[in-house]
Design a protein around this ligand. Structure first.
Ligand code: FES
Ligand SMILES: [Fe+2]
Length: 412
């Protein structure tokens, strides 16, 4: 890969280490605007890191399923007959038609609407019409591609798309004990049920949303409501590995209104804000270098009144709308190409600095590996079986032409 391209992405040299009393340079704007960086993030981050998706309460009965999507990878979470939640890519093993097209449902079996192959709730191939005429077709090798699923101690559901049998990154490496953090002891997560979902689409990079969410330095200027919600002066951030905890000490009045917030961001793109009457599970879904969706799953405490729930729900919705404008206008200037980066405050912008550090390290590590291998590495990609000699030859021919998906512009 050319040095010019490395420098363009800011990968040519290391970024200086943060000093507590000195401002710190942010990631350069190219990381927020380049198509190549977005493609690299799909491989380095979204194909191999654990991602928080939803809460198990949304899959209460056997056969319940939900479809999700992240950077173009669609997958289905489903509760099996034995009560476990499993997941698989939304890709038929025959000729890649999606197994489900709706957002959610309840199924006894998943039947593909192209040629009629059908799969059990565990993703195993049940029927492939007329394939019993064939010799050497092994049904057990043609189940849906599984994804890794973990339900944490608070019932939140995580996935990892790494195609290896065991994901290269263990969940504990990024999130050990974060699901039993002290602040959660006062909540019974079984009391919360999904109220509704909503999304806000916008012209911004997903990382600009993460930077924005993880600091409250902008709160006094941009969010007139925030003093109702939290004490800005006591807001602090505690971060390690893949998590960023937001801590603020609520006033007595805030406590009485149910505004004690336990908010945690999980690298790369999710957060949970837990309050007595309400939980907001937020996901930033990238669609390209400068297009993302903010997606919200709003849970309501079934013991709370309508007023208690609405107070906090409306407050958060206003804040989300204000953040959308901030992010869109900042991204517009990043896209324009004047600005490279600015200096950030090590305490007041500790959250985005931690986020950027984890992003930089994760991306750089994968990038170094690709450089050594002299090819892009797609961790979520199907691993071909040893019997597939013909397709291996075909694949190699195509990669010789540099026609692997999205790779034509990279000069390795
Ligand atoms: S693609 Fe699903 S049955 Fe053919
Ligand atoms: Fe904000």
């Amino acid at each position: 890969m050319s040095n010019m391209f490395l420098n363009y992405l800011g990968l040519g040299s290391r970024t200086p280490v943060a000093e507590d009393k000195s401002p710190v340079r942010a990631l350069p704007s190219s990381w927020y605007t380049s198509q190549e960086m977005y493609e690299l993030e799909k491989r380095a981050i979204f194909s191999r890191k654990w991602q928080l998706i939803t809460h198990k309460s949304r899959l209460s009965q056997s056969g319940d399923w939900l479809k999700f999507e992240i950077t173009g990878y669609e997958f289905v979470l489903c509760r099996k007959r034995n009560g476990e939640i499993n997941g698989f890519h939304n890709v038929c093993r025959h000729r890649a038609f999606p197994i489900v097209q709706e957002q959610q449902g309840s199924a006894k079996i998943f039947a593909c609407k192209y040629h009629g192959w059908s799969y059990g709730l565990d993703g195993k191939l049940a029927k492939a019409p007329k394939y019993d005429e064939l010799e050497g077709f092994d049904k057990s090798q043609n189940g849906l591609f599984p994804i890794h699923v973990r339900v944490d101690a608070s019932g939140f559901v995580w996935i990892n798309l790494d195609g290896n049998e065991t994901p290269e990154v263990p969940w504990e490496a990024d999130f050990d004990k974060i699901d039993t953090q002290e602040r959660y002891s006062q909540y019974n997560f079984d009391d919360y049920v999904l109220d509704h979902e909503y999304k806000v689409e916008g012209a911004y990079n997903w990382k600009i949303l993460a930077d924005n969410f993880n600091e409250c330095y902008h709160c006094p200027t941009a969010h007139p409501d925030i003093p109702t919600l939290a004490d800005i002066e006591t807001h602090a951030v505690d971060s390690e590995f893949g998590w960023i905890k937001h801590v603020s000490v609520p006033t007595e009045e805030q406590k009485s209104l149910g505004l004690a917030i336990a908010s945690t961001y999980f690298f790369p793109n999710s957060s949970i804000s837990v309050l007595p009457h309400f939980i907001m599970l937020q996901r930033f879904l990238p669609h390209g270098p400068n297009r993302s969706t903010m997606h919200y799953q709003i849970f309501r405490n079934k013991n709370s009144s309508e007023e208690q729930f609405e107070l906090i729900h409306q407050l958060y919705k206003r804040v989300v709308g204000e953040d959308k404008v901030l992010c869109e206008l900042a991204q517009k200037n990043l896209d324009a190409g004047i600005f490279v980066n600015g200096e950030m405050h090590p305490r007041l912008e500790k959250g985005p600095l931690h986020f950027q550090k984890v992003a930089r390290e994760t991306i750089r590590e994968h990038f170094e590996r690709e450089k050594a291998a002299k090819r892009p590495i797609w961790p979520a990609r199907q691993k071909l079986q040893s019997t597939t000699g013909v397709s291996k030859d075909d694949e190699e021919l195509c990669s010789g032409l540099a026609c692997q998906t999205n790779q034509s512009e990279l000069a390795w």
